[in-house]
Design a protein around this ligand. Structure first.
Ligand code: L34
Length: 283
């Protein structure tokens, strides 16, 4: 029987800490961190995520601007907007919600955001920091996952960690962060042949695939910590990548969906916005 790691509860604690920090920053600098989120198009899920980000910013006492752009925006127009925001002293963080429409090259967009304003940690220099283990802005979802793991007070050092998924946003960086904490890390993906065998050895299992019920109870080692990064919509219901009901009987800790990694992504974004603010204002 497992303990549920509530991202909802843990994120509340973090958001309260952020709120207190913002109040101190306001005293010291006479301004508060300002996050600008750009969203292109009308995808309802993306819209709900960015609205949640805006709400969290405002509740923490930060400034938030949500820029909604039409699907027809050109790459050049978007890059020009980013350049303007890069040069705007009133802006500390810039986030372009992904995915962007197919006619826009997301790499160009990510590269265009000034490193100090890269609250997502997607800029190549921030990506390099994760790989080198040097200070930098960590991508929000992996950062939230590490905060959840640490909240269990179990040792990561020497444990077998399996990360299923190799995306630039989650799989690759989370593997690097686990490695930094001295886990023995394996990255599995859609072409992995002995998935079950690898999974059964994992003390820490991170599923970031985007496939409902991909991780079943027969794949999970007794006592493992299971982190579910999936956000899949099935018949209007949100489910993760893990067969939660069955797996929770075997895991020592497990994260739910909703109320797990998602809220932690948002809380970590707020922490990153403070870090960017300090890089810009506290020189
Ligand atoms: N640039 N694009 C950029 N940065 C990001 O960090 C993201 N991501 C991912 C998609 N694109 C991005 C997010 O914000 C995924 N993501 C995200 C953030 C929050 C939540 C889910 C995905 C979240 O709060 N999920 C809630 C449920 C929300 C609902 O019901 O729709 C949860 O409890 O999991």
């Amino acid at each position: 029987m497992s303990n549920i790691i509530s991202g909802k509860e843990l994120s509340k604690t973090i958001r309260q800490e952020v709120k207190e920090e913002v109040a101190k920053l306001k005293e010291k600098f006479n301004k508060v961190p300002h996050l600008v989120v750009i969203i292109i198009g009308e995808d309802p899920a993306s819209l709900s995520y960015v609205k949640a980000k805006e709400r969290a910013c405002l509740r923490a006492g930060m400034k938030s601007t949500l820029m909604r752009k039409e699907e027809s925006i050109t790459e050049e127009e978007l890059l020009n907007l980013i350049h303007e925001l890069n040069n705007d002293d009133d802006v500390h963080g810039i986030l372009v919600q992904l995915p962007v429409p197919g006619h826009i090259d997301d790499n160009k967009v990510i590269n265009a955001i000034k490193q100090e304003k890269d609250v997502d940690g997607f800029h190549p220099l921030n990506v390099a920091s994760v790989h080198l283990g040097t200070p930098g802005i960590l991508p929000a979802t992996p950062k939230g996952i590490m905060t959840m793991l640490k909240s269990t007070n179990t040792e990561i050092k020497g444990k077998n960690a399996l990360v299923i998924g190799r995306s630039n946003i989650v799989g690759k960086p989370v593997a690097m962060l686990l490695l930094k904490e001295h886990a023995t890390v394996t990255i599995a993906h859609s072409r992995t042949q002995n998935m079950k065998e690898l999974a059964l050895q994992a003390d820490i299992l991170v599923a970031a695939v985007g496939r409902p019920n991909m991780v079943t109870a027969d794949m999970v080692k007794e006592g493992a910590i299971v982190i579910d990064v999936g956000v899949n919509r099935v018949d209007d219901k949100l489910v993760g990548d893990v067969d939660f009901e069955a797996v929770k009987e075997k895991a020592s800790f497990i994260t739910p969906v909703p109320g797990g990694v998602g809220p932690m992504t948002i809380a970590s974004l707020l922490q990153n916005t403070i870090e960017c603010f300090l890089m810009i204002e506290d020189k």
